[in-house]
Structure formats: C-alpha cells, structure tokens
Design a protein around this ligand. Sequence first.
Ligand SMILES: [Zn+2]
Length: 73
Amino acid sequence: MTDTAYCYHCGTHHLKKEMRQISTKAGKRWRCVKSIEATKRSRDERDAFGRRVSANNKVDAQSKAKQILNNGR
Ligand SMILES: [Zn+2]
C-alpha cells in the first residue's frame, strides 16, 4: 500500500495527505496542495503586478510628458 501519489504538476511523488485529487480532461489526477496554492498565489501576484505596472506606466508617462515640456523651453 502506498500513501504517495504522482503529482502531475511537479512530476514527482508526494504524500497523498498533502495532495488533492483533481478531475482533468485526462481523468483523475493528483496534484499537491503546495502547487495549487502556489499557482493561486502567483496568479494573485501577477494580478497585483499588472495593476502596479499599469499604475507605474501612468506615472511614467506623466513624468515623461513633464520632461518633454521642460526640455522644450
Ligand atoms: Zn506537486
């Protein structure tokens, strides 16, 4: 009897108690909670990053516009 399962995300085996069984197109697959959480977190971070970048771009564009005005004197 084995208490580990193959994690299709990491390509390695983990303890089943640290994993979740997921239904995919290919059938039931095991995936570790860690990778699920990591994906969830990285998606949140990516969203936050995207918001930050667009905010920075706005500031950047404004400061560039100011520079152009100053240089134009
Ligand atoms: Zn894993």
